[in-house]
Design a protein around this ligand. Structure first.
Ligand SMILES: [Fe+2]
Length: 322
């Protein structure tokens, strides 16, 4: 039997900008688009979807670069922040504005000829759209998100998908911001090309495979962005970091004061001290576990409530197969 195609439907590059944790600001990713394509080919992916935060420029570069090879297709996407959580548009031509309503964002994705996927819809620690997804004409949602090793977020998504088969496409995306967290999970589909993936999503025939990346991978990612950020700040201090169009990471580093750059470099060394990053990791793992455990207490009621919401929507749509 012919093997299924493999796609990663949720991958970031260094066009994903900055995030902050308390007072600390750090790059989301320091991996450039070509490197993500090279890594995806090495891992045997047929389709790579680049879904930077609120940006398509990295995806467009990756797609251009991938044209050199005949074994991989790149889909240009955008993981955009709405005022009620994040939504991914795949097969886009332009980035979306932040803070639209989810309805507006999904409409724009469809107007561009794209498909809408809800990433980590029931996340306990990042901005998933939660029950809002049931109000939207999205094509699918993630049942495996590689950045969610907690026992709740992916589990609830899988439960809902299992209870309503064929209603949405089930996807599995690494959400990799680093090469260390890629390759543990992916979406399978009949065929090999981006068109085949698109058809599989529209027919709700995608197959989610794999598990979230191990916590060690997340630690390696954090070290990678701290070290990468330090290198960029050092270059900027020496006046040797040229601006790159649409790259908000480079732009932000160039625009902060020299004293902030120097402080960032020193703070980076403090983070790289092994005890500090192990402690930070242990704290975040226990924080996630506590959140997941608390959410687990009410999971049966939540599932019953979601079933009720879906039944009401189907009744309102009239034919029961909205
Ligand atoms: Fe993401």
């Amino acid at each position: 039997m012919e093997r299924m195609g493999k796609a990663d439907t949720h991958v970031h590059t260094d066009y994903s900008g900055f995030n902050s944790l308390g007072l600390m600001s750090f790059p989301e990713s320091v991996i450039d688009p070509a490197k993500q394509v090279d890594d995806a080919r090495r891992r045997g992916l047929d389709v790579l979807c680049i879904t930077d935060h609120n940006e398509v420029a990295g995806g467009i570069l990756a797609q251009k670069y991938a044209k050199k090879f005949d074994d991989i297709d790149v889909v240009v996407g955008d993981e955009v922040m709405t005022d009620q959580g994040e939504v991914i548009g795949l097969w886009l031509t332009e980035k979306l504005k932040k803070w639209l309503s989810p309805e507006e964002a999904v409409d724009i994705i469809h107007e561009q000829g794209g498909l809408a996927i809800a990433p980590h819809p029931f996340s306990v620690h990042v901005d998933g759209m939660q029950e809002k997804i049931f109000d939207l004409p999205i094509e699918g949602f993630e049942v495996i998100n590689g950045g969610h090793p907690d026992p709740y977020s992916n589990y609830l998504a899988q439960c809902i998908m299992d209870r309503h088969p064929g209603k949405w496409a089930a996807t599995s995306g690494s959400d990799a911001h680093s090469l260390f967290t890629a390759g543990y999970n992916w979406t399978e589909f009949e065929g090999r090309t981006e068109d085949d993936l698109r058809k599989a999503i529209l027919r709700k025939k995608t197959v989610p495979v794999g598990t979230p990346a191990p916590v060690l991978g997340q630690v390696q990612w954090s070290m990678e962005v701290v070290w990468g950020g330090q290198k960029l700040m050092y270059k900027a201090l020496r006046g040797k970091l040229p601006e790159v169009e649409n790259n908000s990471l480079i732009h932000k580093i160039n625009s902060i004061s020299d004293i902030k750059k120097a402080t960032g470099i020193v703070a980076g060394f403090a983070y790289e001290f092994p005890l500090t990053n192990m402690l930070a990791t242990l704290l975040s793992v226990s924080f996630l576990k506590r959140r997941a455990k608390k959410a687990m207490r009410n999971i049966d009621e939540r599932i019953a409530n979601i079933d009720r919401i879906i039944a009401e929507k189907e009744a309102a749509a009239g034919d029961g197969s909205e």
